[in-house]
Design a protein around this ligand. Structure first.
Ligand code: UD1
Length: 427
């Protein structure tokens, strides 16, 4: 049934909400479960379309999977290298990181191309080049990718860009094979550290995660029981902080820390928000209209401003005082939400990779469509600052990353609900 998220704007946010476990942290950890010959119990795993798709992939490869609330147990005692059809892999981008783990565990892998948000070209050349450098034989076929482990030899792999997914794929492949692998120009995202923490608990040797040089001594691992708690979702935390910065108010988030989102909290502070860590998490107070006009906000690999928060930042800037420019350097086509923001009355112009936002007093609610996950979240946030009702379609995009976005925003005092869309062809 088609659904939409309906927002009645104009209310400041007040309240407290818990931050879910990280989607981008959970997905590689779930893929890593393939490497352990025992049971992994993954706690704080957000129950999302993407994580469920990943567990279905694990089940298709012979793992036992059992969900209980936000805990998922994966029994990888027996894993078989079944070809993964497009019906599974197209449901999420991270299906491609199953490649490294499955190859390492079983020696071969066949999978259809990955899905995920349409943010322009999303090649996997760095993943494949890296796996080849480590001795794997990888063929790109019309259907997707077919690979054999080959005579894996520990090697130095230099990534020409610190791709998060490629770093994860290579860590997983390297962990399950013999020899030492060094990944140079590795991604430094906190989710990489979370994956390394899981691998260490599972008996693998990984050093340097969080730096640009990661060393993996392959061939470790044990057959026992591994327990891991997924890190808090820093992008979800930023979403709620941006929501309060845009709609104003005072909110507390529990279960998250400031350090992994420093680039965002600095930007929000510059705009006039007061942010501090509390015993339980973080507190944000936004009593005045957001002040734009600082230096260009440029997205980039961690620790730069996260590309995943760029859409929400545009929503904050849409009703700010002043003008700001945002440059998207990570993805080539990540401004689909700008056109929808304009429908709400925002003054946003994009040219190539730069968006220029001139803040307006208020937005006007109307029907808008989420084109991708974070762009969809940004539209819901814009709805909080709009007069009247904003109806956001394309809810399955949003559900890929948030455990019921409307519930968290309602807990923070917003008037947001999920409805059956009825006639979804209204525009
Ligand atoms: C991950 C995150 C995503 C986030 C992104 C950047 C997950 C599940 N998703 O995506 O939310 O927006 O990091 O922080 O963790 N690239 C290549 N060739 C490759 C791989 C990547 O050219 O082989 C390019 C991509 O097209 C993109 C850039 O590198 O322009 C960054 O991609 P990458 O860091 O790999 O992002 P993902 O792992 O897909």
């Amino acid at each position: 049934m088609l659904e939409r998220i309906t927002v009645r704007g104009g209310r400041p946010l007040e309240g407290c909400a818990a931050v879910q476990g990280s989607k981008n942290g959970a997905l590689p950890v779930l893929a890593a479960c393939l490497l352990t010959r025992g049971v992994s119990v993954i706690e704080n795993c957000p129950r999302l379309a993407d994580t469920e798709a990943m567990t279905e992939i694990l089940a298709a490869l012979g793992c036992g999977v059992e969900w209980a609330g936000s805990t998922v147990a994966v029994d990888a005692a027996t894993v078989r290298s079944a070809p993964l059809p497009r019906s599974l892999t197209s449901r999420l981008r991270s299906s491609v990181i199953v490649l490294g783990a499955l190859l390492a565990r079983t020696g071969s892998a066949v999978l259809a191309g990955p899905g995920g948000c349409d943010l322009g070209g999303r090649p996997v050349d760095l993943h494949l080049k890296g796996l080849r450098a480590l001795g794997a034989s990888v063929r790109e076929t019309e259907e997707g990718i077919a690979a054999d482990r080959g005579a894996h030899r520990g090697a130095e792999v230099v990534l020409s860009y610190p791709s998060v997914g490629a770093t994860e794929n290579l860590m997983l492949f390297a962990a399950g094979c013999q020899g030492e692998t060094v990944i140079v120009n590795a991604a430094r995202e906190p989710e990489i550290c979370d994956l390394a923490a899981y691998l260490k608990r599972a008996g693998f040797s990984v050093r340097g995660a969080g730096s640009a040089c990661i060393r993996v001594d392959g061939g470790g691992g044990h057959t026992g029981f591994v327990s891991h708690r997924v890190m808090p979702d820093r992008i979800a935390a930023c979403t709620w902080l941006c929501a309060a910065a845009a709609a104003r108010g005072e909110i507390e988030l529990t279960g998250c820390r400031a350090e992994p989102i420093r680039a965002v909290t600095e930007e929000l502070s510059r705009g006039g928000c007061r942010i501090r860590e509390t015993d339980r998490g973080m507190f944000l107070s936004a009593r005045r209209r957001f002040q734009a006009g600082g230096p260009l906000i440029r997205t980039g690999p961690y620790p730069c401003f996260p590309t995943d928060v760029q859409p929400m930042m545009l929503s904050v800037l849409a009703t700010a005082e002043g003008c700001a420019a945002v440059e998207e350097t990570v993805f080539e086509n990540r401004f689909a939400h700008a056109a929808e923001l304009r429908r709400l009355g925002a003054d946003v112009e994009t040219e190539g990779r730069v968006a220029v936002v001139r803040g307006v007093e208020t937005l006007r609610g109307t029907d808008v469509a989420a084109q991708d996950l974070r762009g969809g979240a940004a539209l819901v946030l814009a709805g909080l600052c709009a007069e009247g009702e904003t109806r956001v379609r394309g809810v399955p995009h949003i559900d890929r990353g948030y455990e019921r976005m409307e519930k968290t925003l309602s807990a923070l005092g917003a008037d947001v609900r999920r409805e059956t869309a009825g006639d979804d062809t209204e525009r």
